[in-house]
Design a protein around this ligand. Structure first.
Ligand code: SF4
Length: 373
C-alpha cells in the first residue's frame, strides 16, 4: 500500500511476491518497483554500450539489459559488467552456451526460457552456471514466440496459452530447485498482455517483470505502455518494469519513472505540474516548462513544482507543491513556497529564480532525509 492511505481512493494494494536479487537490486516483495531499460548498441562495441548504460543510470534506471547473440558478445559482456554502475541482465535466445557464458561473465540475471534451450542436460548446465555465479533468471514469455504445442492446443496466442507457457518454464526451474527467478508475459497487444499478466499473477508468487513488447515510437509507445503497465500497476501487479520504445533507452527510463510517479509508486526528481496555457497566461508557459524540465534534470530529490499561467488555477495548484509560480499581470508573477504566496518575481528573471528555489528546496529535503536516517 502506498503512503496515501489518508486518501483511500489513492491506495494501491501491491500483490505479494517473493523477493529475488538482480545483482544488488532487490526485485519483488516490498522492494521499490525497479525500472529497467535495454541497450541498443552492438554489445561488441563495449565503449558505446557502457556509455548507454551510464546514461540510463544517470536517468534513474536500476537495471539494464544487454543482448548476447554470439560468443563475441559474451566476451564483451565481461568488460561491460566490469564497467557498469548497474546490474546487467543478459538477453539470451535459444543458445544455452550463451547463457553459461553470460553467467560466467558476471551477468546479474539471464533472460532465458529454459524450455527453449534444448534437452534436460543443457538446461541443467545453464541453471548450474546461474547458481554458481549468483545469477537470477527471468523467464520471458512472449505472445509472438509461443511454443508450437501451445499454439496447436489454443489455436492462437491467448492469455491461457501464455500463462501455461510461463508455468511450464517455471516448473523446469523448480524441478531443478532453482527459485531465483522472475517472469514476464509480454504481448504487443495491451488487452492480451494485461490478461496474461493477471493470470500469471494469480498462478505464481514469483516477482513479475512488466512490459508491453514492441510498443512503438516515443509517443504511441508511451501511451500504450502507460495504459497497459499503468492498469496493471494500479491493480498492484508488477515488481519491475521496462517500457519498450523505438527510442533512446534514456527515454524508456524517463517514461517508466513517469508512469510510476503518476501512480505514486515511486518518486524521483521534480514533478512539474503545469497548465496547458491559454489566452489568459501571464507568461509563456510552454517555453518556460520546456526550459525548466531541461534545467532541473539534475535534481534527483522527489519534489513538486507548479508552473501555472494565471490565477485561475495557480494558487490552488501551488497549495500542494513545494515550489510554485503563478503568472500575474504586468510582466511578473507570484512565487509560492511550501504552498504559501511568498514574493513577486519578474517574468524575465523567473526561470533562474525558480531553478535556484528548487535547488535550495532539494538541498533542504536531502539534509532532512539524512538527519532522519
Ligand atoms: S491556468 Fe490560466 S493560463 Fe493556464 S490554462 Fe488555465 S486559465 Fe489558461
Amino acid at each position: 500500500m502506498s503512503l496515501n492511505h489518508v486518501r483511500p481512493w489513492r491506495d494501491i494494494y501491491r500483490r505479494k511476491s517473493r523477493q529475488i536479487m538482480v545483482g544488488n537490486v532487490p526485485v519483488g516483495g516490498d522492494a521499490p518497483i525497479a525500472v529497467q531499460t535495454m541497450t541498443n548498441t552492438l554489445t561488441t562495441d563495449v565503449a558505446a554500450t557502457v556509455a548507454q548504460v551510464q546514461a540510463a543510470a544517470e536517468a534513474g534506471a536500476d537495471i539494464v539489459r544487454v543482448s548476447v547473440p554470439d560468443e563475441a558478445s559474451s566476451k564483451a559482456l565481461k568488460e561491460i559488467v566490469r564497467e557498469s554502475p548497474l546490474p546487467i541482465v543478459a538477453d539470451i535466445h535459444f543458445h544455452y552456451r550463451r547463457g553459461i557464458e553470460a553467467a560466467e561473465a558476471g551477468a546479474a540475471c539471464l533472460r532465458i526460457n529454459p524450455g527453449n534451450i534444448g534437452d534436460e542436460a543443457r538446461v541443467k548446465e545453464v541453471i548450474k552456471a546461474a547458481r554458481d555465479h549468483n545469477c537470477s533468471i527471468r523467464i520471458g514469455v512472449n505472445a509472438g514466440s509461443l511454443e508450437k504445442h501451445l499454439l496447436e492446443k489454443y489455436g492462437e496466442p491467448c492469455p491461457e496459452a501464455m500463462v501455461e507457457s510461463g508455468l511450464e518454464h517455471i516448473r523446469i526451474l523448480q524441478d531443478n530447485d532453482f527459485h531465483e527467478f522472475k517472469i514476464s508475459v509480454k504481448a504487443s497487444d495491451v488487452f492480451l498482455s494485461a490478461a496474461a499478466y493477471q493470470g500469471i499473477a494469480e498462478a505464481t508468487d514469483a516477482p513479475i517483470h512488466l512490459g508491453i513488447t514492441e510498443a512503438g515510437g516515443l509517443v504511441s509507445g508511451t501511451i500504450k505502455s502507460a495504459i497497459g503497465l499503468g492498469n496493471l500497476l494500479w491493480m498492484g501487479i508488477g515488481d519491475t518494469i521496462r517500457v519498450s520504445l523505438s527510442a533512446d533507452p534514456v527515454e524508456e527510463v524517463k517514461v517508466g519513472f513517469e508512469i510510476l510517479k503518476s501512480l505514486g509508486l515511486r518518486h524521483r526528481g521534480v514533478n512539474i505540474i503545469s497548465c496547458p496555457s491559454c489566452a489568459r497566461q501571464g507568461f509563456d508557459v510552454i517555453k518556460t516548462v520546456e526550459t525548466l524540465e531541461r534545467r532541473l534534470e539534475h535534481i534527483k530529490t522527489p519534489m513538486s513544482l507548479s508552473i501555472i499561467g494565471c490565477v485561475v488555477n495557480g494558487p490552488g495548484e501551488a497549495l500542494m507543491t513545494d515550489v510554485g509560480f503563478t503568472g500575474g499581470g504586468a510582466g511578473s508573477g507570484m512565487v509560492y513556497l511550501a504552498g504559501k504566496a511568498s514574493h513577486k518575481m519578474s517574468n524575465e528573471q523567473m526561470i533562474d529564480h525558480i531553478v535556484e528555489q528548487v535547488e535550495r528546496k532539494a538541498a533542504e529535503l536531502d539534509a532532512a532525509a539524512e538527519a532522519a536516517e
